[in-house]
Design a protein around this ligand. Structure first.
Ligand code: SF4
Ligand code: SF4
Length: 728
């Protein structure tokens, strides 16, 4: 007797040629509709500036393995991670099974048999069921526990319903087939087998009818899903992996470089001159892809300190509102490189399906506005109203005409949104590019920030006369290195440490530490100017470039083995941004936390530690999230106090911003709660008596926060250098 090869009858009772021909006809139509949608979207991305992918194939492959296949970002949130992984893995396995059926049945290549058949059948059943569980979790989060981070657009319901239907139909089909045929391999389809049990009492005719009609229902559901794929969240199956890979070229903490502005201004044609993002046509291809890659998960909104404190900013809605505007323009149907009727289909589906499913209604003039005054968007009125109009006017200014200016102004560039986004979106790029246009072309500068910017322009620092820059170290005999001079370590002091009496303590402590370690160091004195970080993040790129050029000319003339700074903003700018403007790339830039940690571990710095377990550590955004330095300051505190710092519930990559970044140190928006008081409350909650930090701006904001909480008697704020210097 010959051994039977495991397999199954494909299509079973769907054998009449009319069924097969109709199926192929419907499949062709649905694939054509989907292809038009996909091509239109790709063309929109291509219409942006620059390339999506630079020449970095290894980085893209690595990103694909870690973030797409490995789901690393998605899994960092446990519930969402499990939910998405169940859906993702189930989808992949079902795709493999369907492709195997197609190859076997339609191409006549014998593949879906033997052990391969058994394994794929088993995995499809088990992981298909897992997919159903994932969909149930998704529905539960949206419609029963009503997570605030989700806004539950109609497209979510449609996608969950379609996918759920497909899985259930698949199990019914399998159950009917198993019940009607004596399938010897039925136990390899456990869910289908369970479905077959209640059906097994039915007649062959009844089972055949159930199978036939369910098959057609299933087939039509598949083709509807394919046709609307580019117009729903399903499209993220393409756009998100692409974006995650493209994001591999992105450097955290570094803003998109701009060409020399004075040259741009000289060469500009009056009518088309633009800096940053004014209109959607100014966007880069990568930033346009970002818009389509967003999965609307709301994790960025949940992490945003501006949103949490009631400011009119949600990073999620900055992305989604810009996307709706991009879509509304695409739906205007001005695309000419596709046949007219294909454009019409895409336009109709975008306007009738996609935009309404995103919670927008057309106002009769081609503009799309939020339904219900935007109440479904957020529980914060500013964000509810932040979408002005996602109109199809491609000349509309994103900042001010599509999205409110206050929304862009509220960002502290803390990077919490970028850190958690599972789609590889850099919200800060979008926000800063819009600020650049708004400030440099529109002349819209926050009133409180204006005086700081004027001071930077006039004297190179926001605090006082430049000749007072070295007053902090009077009597300390700190060598000032002249242009062309040399030292081993160049100490970049930073304006806050040089001028503000409270922060000068940090500079003096660091001098004491470097002296005790025998380091040959020097400072630039009055030749050091503000790095321009705050100006740049406010959108004043021109001023940033002026300051950068002056500083870089001095720095390039000095011979030193490294630059050390106690300011994470200076650190980030010197390390990541100045090289684009000419700073010698071979000078290591070190934050003082890393320097002190190294000196301690090399035994060059000896402390008399005293036991103190009442220190908590606040991670500065530009040290932690933007530069990944979490352990060095903690190691320094542990060495000085013989105790690890008490952690706040939000720490390391989850740490809450102090509210100073993005130029906010210089302005007080007076909307909602203050970010620094919220962070200070978290620090007080640890029961510690000292907040240690590694940034002069964080120190200031937290001291202010404690004052506002009336807690400055209970708690003090110190830089790690001060804590170490006290123990020398
Ligand atoms: S950078 Fe920070 S403040 Fe700005 S949108 Fe992102 S999370 Fe919000
Ligand atoms: S931008 Fe990223 S984190 Fe925010 S909703 Fe979209 S996918 Fe989620």
């Amino acid at each position: 007797m010959t051994e039977q090869i495991p397999s199954r009858e494909i299509l079973w009772n769907i054998t009449h040629p009319a069924n097969i021909i109709t199926m192929y006809l419907l499949m062709t139509i649905s694939l054509c509709i989907a292809a038009v949608g996909v091509i239109k979207r790709i063309k929109v991305w291509q219409g942006g500036n620059g390339k999506i992918f630079q020449d970095n194939p290894l980085a893209y492959i690595k990103a694909f393995l870690i973030y797409v296949l490995g789901q690393a970002k998605t899994l960092s949130a446990p519930i969402q991670g499990i939910m998405h992984s169940l859906i993702f893995i189930g989808f992949i396995v079902l795709l493999i099974a369907t492709t195997s059926v197609f190859i076997e049945h339609d191409l006549g290549i014998e593949i879906y048999r033997g052990n391969y058949y058994l394994v794929i059948t088993l995995l499809s059943d088990v992981l298909g069921f897992g997919l159903l569980v994932g969909l149930i979790i998704a529905a539960y989060r949206r419609y029963i526990s009503k997570q605030k981070m989700l806004h539950n657009p109609g497209s979510d319901l449609l996608v969950i319903a379609l996918l759920g239907l497909l899985i259930i139909q698949g199990f019914v089909l399998e159950g009917a087939r198993i019940a009607a045929t004596s399938d010897p391999w039925k136990l390899w389809s456990p869910v289908g087998y369970i479905m077959s049990v209640p059906l097994s009492g039915l007649s062959q005719k009844a089972l055949s009818s159930i199978h036939f009609y369910t098959w057609w229902f299933h087939t039509i559901t598949v083709f509807v899903s394919i046709a609307i794929f580019p117009y729903t969240k399903l499209f993220h199956i393409i756009s998100t992996p692409l974006n995650l890979m493209a994001n591999a070229s992105n450097v955290k903490g570094k803003l998109p470089p701009m060409a020399d502005i004075s040259t741009l201004i000289e060469e500009a044609e009056e009518e088309d001159f633009s800096l940053g993002y004014g209109k959607i046509t100014d966007y880069s291809s990568k930033n346009l892809l970002d818009l389509d890659a967003c999965t609307e998960c709301g994790r960025c909104q949940d992490a945003c300190p501006a949103y949490a404190t009631g400011k009119p900013l949600s990073p999620k809605w900055v992305i989604l509102d810009t996307k709706s505007h991009m879509r509304a323009i695409a739906a205007k149907n001005e695309e000419t490189s596709l046949p007219r009727f294909l454009n019409n289909i895409d336009s109709m589906l975008t306007r009738r399906l996609e935009l309404p499913l995103s919670g927008l209604t057309e106002d009769g003039n081609g503009a799309f506005v939020s339904k219900n005054g935007g109440k479904h968007r957020a529980d914060n009125e500013g964000v509810q109203k932040s979408l002005i109009s996602a109109g199809s006017n491609s000349e509309a200014l994103i900042c001010g005409e599509v999205i409110s200016r206050e929304s862009f102004e509220s960002c502290t560039t803390c990077g919490a949104c970028v850190e958690v986004c599972p789609a590889g979106i850099d919200h800060i790029d979008h926000i800063i590019q819009n600020r650049r246009y708004s400030v440099m072309i529109g002349g819209e500068v926050n009133r409180e920030a204006q005086s700081m910017l004027r001071a930077l322009e006039n004297r190179g620092n926001p605090y006082g006369p430049q000749e007072d820059r070295t007053k902090w170290c009077e009597g300390l005999d700190v060598p000032v290195i002249e242009e062309g001079g040399s030292c081993d370590v160049l100490y970049w002091v930073g304006c806050a440490t040089a001028f503000d009496p409270e922060k000068q303590k940090i500079g003096r402590a660091l001098v004491k530490i470097m002296r005790a370690s025998g380091i040959n160091f020097g400072i630039l004195g009055t030749k050091e100017r503000c790095t321009g970080d705050h100006a740049r993040r406010l959108g004043e790129e021109n001023l940033f470039q002026t300051l950068a050029k002056e500083n870089i000319a001095v720095l390039n003339s000095i011979k030193c083995s490294s630059i050390v700074t106690n300011c994470p903003h200076c650190y980030n700018t010197l390390l990541k941004e100045y090289p684009d403007y000419g700073l010698r790339k071979n000078i290591p830039v070190i934050h003082h936390s890393a320097l002190i940690e190294r000196l301690l571990s090399e035994g060059k710095l000896k402390l008399s530690p005293n036991s103190d377990n009442s220190v908590t550590f606040h991670d500065p955004c530009y040290l932690g999230r933007h530069n990944g330095i979490y352990d060095a300051p903690r190691a320094v505190i542990s060495a000085a106090t013989i105790s690890a710092p008490k952690e706040m519930p939000m720490s390391k990559s989850d740490a809450m911003c102090c509210g100073a970044g993005g130029g906010h140190f210089w302005m007080d928006l007076k909307i909602g709660e203050r970010i620094n008081t919220e962070r200070a409350k978290q620090a007080v909650g640890t029961g510690a008596s000292c907040i240690a930090t590694g940034c002069p701006f964080c120190k200031h904001m937290l001291q202010d926060g404690l004052k506002l909480l009336d807690a400055e008697e209970k708690m003090e704020v110190k830089d790690i250098a001060e804590i170490v210097a006290e123990r020398l």
